[in-house]
Design a binder for this molecule. Structure first.
Ligand code: 0A1
Ligand code: ZN
Length: 850
């Protein structure tokens, strides 16, 4: 599989393709090991291009015949594609190829998942289907004919004629090949209808395998909510007569926005109260929205080249987070997003895999579907909106849709609509797209002559290939509270552009307490030496819910750090008392209170220690966190029943934000209770549970209490038939295993007859969970590193994409002591030296090892 010499592609080398494509006609004769694909493509010389080399991408294809304007030709074929002399005028290209979807374990191109045909073409999978200029700036109108005995035959666009054993589809909207999709299978539809605001009736179908019909209602509701929201908030209407979604069990990612035919990992769309947690429901709602929103931000306006991936992904993540904030709680969503950013994007940006939001080179584009491109990309758009204001943002977006509909665009195009609507110069802001690394923002405060002054300094540490960093534009939202807790300066946006900059607030009769970086207004590490008293004050009084939570977080970190440096110490009692007051405040949203009960992850603590110049000891961190949890549970023992009572849901199950928030609070309380009652309450909840949120939170509480054997057996017996639920069963046993057991539990579970390692969900449920068990993964003898490397070696031969993504488990290896570093490097080295290693994994390992 390995290419002779991995090729690096550079943004600066971009040139347009020498030809435009006027139309594409594809015929598929489906068969598991010998599918025939015939393509008829109308090419014309591209007046915007100078290079007229006719190169079509094509990989793992058997070329049966090729013709130009009806005359057979014999192209020059290589493993990457073909070239051929062509006329200097418009011409018809025809080719027939043979492919074997059943042998396609990489799940890229046309493949089979449990008897069903499906495709995944982003980023460069279409070239495994037929010869084509497989690049996003080549947009064309596609017509598709599918021949198969399977009952349901789907492709992009609107349905055309059908007959026994065949169906035709026509997509009137020009699109790049990465948005092509085809599905064929014995599927059932959950159907509904949506009328757009201009009156277009759209048939909505959610296609699932027989037996899953009962898990469709939530996804369908989410789709209709998304369609309405995009009309209301962005003025974007749907543009076809049908919208199809298909659930597939074997899928490398979450879902894919193919035009009119979204394909979903079944875990990202199927839901029922009995089988799905509240978190699953919320995630599904967000992913449905995300893929739907791509119809405008991604499909109608796409990317010129893959370096511009954040153009569609950053914007679409931003849009889906706005959607979730509108439908649920904005502060809860924001805090969740920041927790996620710090857990996934910060480590990426602070380690060997750091890259700009718009990378400048890559070997394998699949390796750049990252938290930086997606989540930091969304943060950058949030900052832009904060800087220009909501009205200007709306006007800029209108101009973007108007000016660029039907085009393949760049970040320059995107920023220009903001410059043109606001008159602002965004040259410095653009550094957010080109400079990698997390800026560090330090702050000093002074107060004299009734004037309070904040002096900020920003600094971004070097990242691979970028030693020197320039100051970035930082929107810093600040509010000031007076000593009795009243807000004297409401949220004000400071715009920092220099390496060092001061901002003064005059006419303040008393020294205020500052609430800085409200709402996490810029994705930076804020280095602030706030005293314990100040943080306690902010926890009690801050009007900004994010910073109120952040103050408690700072106190949690400080408390845990103190416990680590002095193992005789217990948790900070003053903080726990203050926190309890907030937790018991019934006026506050239970979901928010549940977030306040969360502790920083062990991995985050390791990162903070590393940044403070201390080598983290994973076992000691785990011990401190456990001791903290135990002490808190004992200290609050008397209050737990009242809190549990407040979290009780009496109404029939609904996955709405209000009920979900109560269950989240209830779950956090149950976890504490299990530490003081040996799992009694959890056991009762497990037996009585009528929904997966309650059942799973009881199960995890029992696992941490070391009393889960019976519940695990019962859970398995109850859910053996349901793959998605069994993924949870596998995952929680490993993620919540005591660190010294995690490797053995993983080994045992990978020998379970239902451990299907070729299914990405199941593989991640086990090996991904091992990597998430911080102290278990970093076991001193390196056993977890070796186990993961063994599995990655095995998986790489079948599925390079999922293997490469899972290599990120090693991305923070530099944090740890020399012995662990050596063991992680050895595991990665073993992977690197594997004969025939994929391009995907080779690139990741090379970057990780630096
Ligand atoms: N564009 C999709 C994500 C996606 C990317 C690559 C895939 O296969 C390699 C699949 C899906 C999204 O943002 O949802
Ligand atoms: Zn996306």
């Amino acid at each position: 599989m390995k290419d002779a010499a991995p090729q690096t592609i550079y943004l600066k080398d971009y040139t347009p393709f020498g030809f435009t494509v006027e139309k594409v006609e594809l015929t598929f004769r489906l068969a598991p090991t010998a599918t025939r694909v015939t393509s008829r493509i109308r090419f014309a010389p591209n007046p915007a291009a100078t290079d007229r080399t006719f190169f079509l991408h094509g990989e793992e294809l058997k070329l049966i015949r090729a013709a130009i304007d009806g005359a057979e030709v014999t192209p020059d074929v290589t493993p990457q594609g073909l070239t051929c002399p062509v006329p200097d005028a418009p011409f018809d290209w025809e080719a027939e190829v043979e492919i074997a979807p059943e042998d396609n374990t990489a799940l890229e191109g046309l493949y089979m998942s449990r008897g069903m045909y499906c495709t995944q073409c982003e980023a460069e999978g279409f070239r495994k289907i037929t010869y084509y200029p497989d690049r996003p700036d080549v947009m064309a109108v596609f017509s598709v004919r599918i021949e198969s005995d399977l009952p349901v035959l789907l492709s992009n666009g609107n349905p055309g004629d059908t007959g026994a054993g065949w169906a035709e589809w026509h997509d009137p909207w020009p699109k790049p090949a990465y948005l092509f999709a085809l599905v064929a299978g014995d599927l059932r539809a959950h159907s509904d209808r949506f009328t757009t605001r201009s009156g277009r009736a759209v048939d909505l179908n959610l296609w699932v395998r027989p037996g899953d019909e009962g898990k469709c209602a939530w996804g369908m509701e989410a789709l209709k909510k998304s369609m309405r929201w995009d009309e209301d908030v962005y003025g974007r209407e749907y543009d076809l007569d049908v919208f199809n979604i298909v659930a597939v069990d074997d899928f490398n990612m979450g879902a894919m926005e193919n035009k009119g035919l979204n394909i979903f990992n079944s875990s990202a769309v199927l839901a029922s109260p009995e089988t799905s947690t509240d978190a699953n429901f919320e995630r599904i709602e967000a992913i449905i929205a995300h893929e739907y929103f791509h119809n405008w931000t991604g499909n109608r306006i796409t990317c010129r080249d893959w370096f511009q991936l954040c153009l569609k992904e950053g914007l679409t993540v931003f849009r889906d987070s706005q959607f979730t904030s509108d439908l649920r709680s904005a502060p809860v969503k924001r805090i969740g997003d920041v927790i996620d950013l710090r857990a996934r994007q910060f480590p990426e940006d602070q380690g060997p895999l750091s890259h700009p939001v718009r990378p400048e080179s890559f070997q394998e584009i699949n390796n750049f579907y990252t938290a930086t491109v997606y989540e930091k990309g969304a943060e950058v758009i949030g900052m832009l909106k904060r800087l220009v204001g909501d009205d200007a943002y709306a006007r800029a977006l209108d101009l973007y849709f108007e000016r660029h509909d039907g085009q393949a665009c760049t970040i320059e195009d995107w920023l220009r609509v903001f410059e043109d609507t606001t008159g602002r110069d965004l040259a410095q802001f653009k550094r957010w797209y080109s400079q990698a690394g997390t800026p560090r923002l330090s702050v000093e405060e002074s107060y004299a002559d009734a004037t309070y002054t904040l002096t900020f300094r920003q600094h971004t540490p070097p990242t691979p290939g970028q030693d020197e960093k320039l100051p970035q534009v930082l929107p810093i939202a600040v509010g000031l509270l007076n000593p009795n807790g009243d807000e004297v300066v409401p949220t004000t946006l400071l715009e920092m552009t220099e390496a060092e900059q001061s901002f003064s607030f005059p006419n303040l009769p008393a020294r205020p307490v500052a609430s800085i970086l409200r709402g996490f207004s810029a994705p930076v590490v804020l280095e602030r030496d706030a005293s314990r008293e100040e943080n306690l004050f902010l926890l009690a009084h801050d009007t900004d819910p994010f910073n109120r939570w952040e103050a408690s977080r700072a106190l949690a970190v400080a408390s845990l750090m103190n416990m680590l440096s002095d193992p005789a110490r217990g948790p900070d009692g003053a903080w726990l008392d203050a926190l309890l007051d907030v937790i018991r405040d019934s006026a506050l949203d239970p979901a928010y209170r549940a977030l306040l009960l969360g502790l920083p992850s062990e991995s985050e603590l390791a990162q903070r220690l590393y940044e403070a110049g201390t080598t983290p000891d994973p076992e000691a961190i785990h011990a401190a966190a456990e001791k903290h949890r135990q002490a808190r549970a004992e200290l609050w023992q008397a209050q737990l029943p009242a809190l549990a009572e407040e979290a009780r849901v009496d109404a029939p199950f609904s996955p709405d934000a209000a009920q979900a928030g109560k269950r989240a609070l209830g779950g956090a309380v149950l976890a504490m209770q299990s530490r003081v009652d040996g799992g009694k309450a959890a056991s009762a909840q497990f037996d009585a549970a009528d929904n997966m949120t309650a059942q799973l939170s009881a199960l995890t509480s029992l696992i941490t209490a070391g009393a889960a054997d019976d519940a695990l057996a019962a859970f398995e017996a109850q859910w053996r038939h349901d793959r998605l639920v069994m993924d949870k069963w596998f995952g929680v046993q490993i993620a919540f295993a005591p660190p010294h057991d995690a490797v053995d539990v993983t080994r045992r579970l990978t020998e379970h007859p239902d451990f299907d390692w070729k299914n990405p969900n199941r593989f991640r449920a086990c090996l991904g969970a091992l990597a998430m068990n911080h102290a278990g993964f970093h076991r001193a003898d390196g056993a977890a590193y070796d186990l993961l490397a063994d599995w990655l070696i095995r998986l790489d031969a079948k599925n390079p994409q999922t293997t490469a993504r899972m290599c990120t488990a090693f991305q923070s290896w530099k944090r740890y002591d020399a012995a662990r570093q050596e063991k992680m490097r050895a595991a990665l080295g073993r992977l690197r030296d594997q004969p025939g290693l994929s391009r995907d994994t080779s690139e990741m390992v090379a970057r990780l090892l630096g």
